[in-house]
Design a protein around this ligand. Sequence first.
Ligand code: AMP
Ligand code: MG
Length: 415
Amino acid sequence: MPSFEQARQQILDKVSALRAERVELAGAAGRVLAEEIVSGADLPPFDNSAMDGFALRSADCASPARLKITGYVPAGGLAEKAVEPGCAIRIMTGAPVPEGSDAVVPVEETEESGGEVQIAAAVRAGQHIRRRGEDVPAGEMVLWAGTVLHPPAIGILASLGRREVEVFSRPQVAILSTGDELVELGEAVGPGKIVNSNSVALAAALRSMGAIPVMLGIAGDDPDETRVKLSEGLAVADALITTAGVSAGDRDFVPEVLEGLGVQTVFREVAIKPGGPAGFGLKDGKPVFSLPGNPVSALVVFETLVRPAILKMMGHSRVLPVTLRARLEHEVKKKAGKLFWLRVSLERREGEWLARSAGDQNTGIQTTLLRADGLAMLDAAATRIAAGEVVEVHPLWGEEHRTEVSTVEASLRQT
Ligand code: AMP
Ligand code: MG
């Protein structure tokens, strides 16, 4: 049975980024760049003023000077003439610096009267001028494949005139929940039945990271029904997630059905708790994740093992979470042998993070996960973690990979 780290590595070794596609820059926020962007032009494209003021010759201003105002150049305009010795041209922020001038003096450092401007202090050559190409010279690499297109990246691409960009395709991830006890959200919940909350929660997790859930619905505890839905999922999607039917019960046949469909098993369980009966396999390169049915276990496994894989499929260069170190406020006891994901609340106090149990750690208690800010990784070998010890915490539901939900919904409707 692999450890958590081994399982995560085995998964990451076997998944890769999906194909690239061209999208309009305007709709590319949150997508992952699939090409390298080499600037085709200088940014800024011309020398321009950083201030509202006067363009002049610094040599004229070694001592206090009065200069004749001979023109005006607004942003978007061009000076009609060069700046002659003893003269200045009024200039606005962003306007091209007129020929002959080598400095700009901000208007608030000047005094004007009778068509002349008084410059009191010495002027440094080049002051308040933004030089052509000083931000991005033509030919320079600006963005790399694997970069998330956040607003500054979109802004630079727009400045470079890029109307379309190559991004990695968003993975379509099929979700199948299994179990005779399940009914879909909105259906009547008869005696002994429960709502299929796993599919809804997993779809939400996928959407929030920019992937596209494909809902396969529910398969009862029946191998034939399960086989039909799983082969449908494998045909249409880039990856597959199942929940339940993987424990030791007499009706847990998801692994056998998957193998019957040609899915090559990589592992069937992981030395973690919650989420031990988590399986992973591949069918023609498509990853297949078999999650436990318990809603807490399913989401913990999704966050810790599935999410990095989906991020890799999306082309992200950063797929592992940024963990934080927190001081445990109380003692925790556990069994040796499995990594324990302790659902914790986090608080920042006096420059450090403090972690405390978010509630009853029984996997049946969904509200503890609801209230948790993170999962503290308690070492497999440990049996007791003392109060005050520092633990590594995997923050939950980070916003860093979020993308605009409406665009995901729109592409969902197209499928
Ligand atoms: P199983 O893995 O089939 O033994 O299920 C473990 C627990 O999770 C049982 O209490 C199931 O009722 C529950 N469960 C299984 N699938 C789902 C689901 N899709 N949504 C909510 N609860 C589920
Ligand atoms: Mg079951």
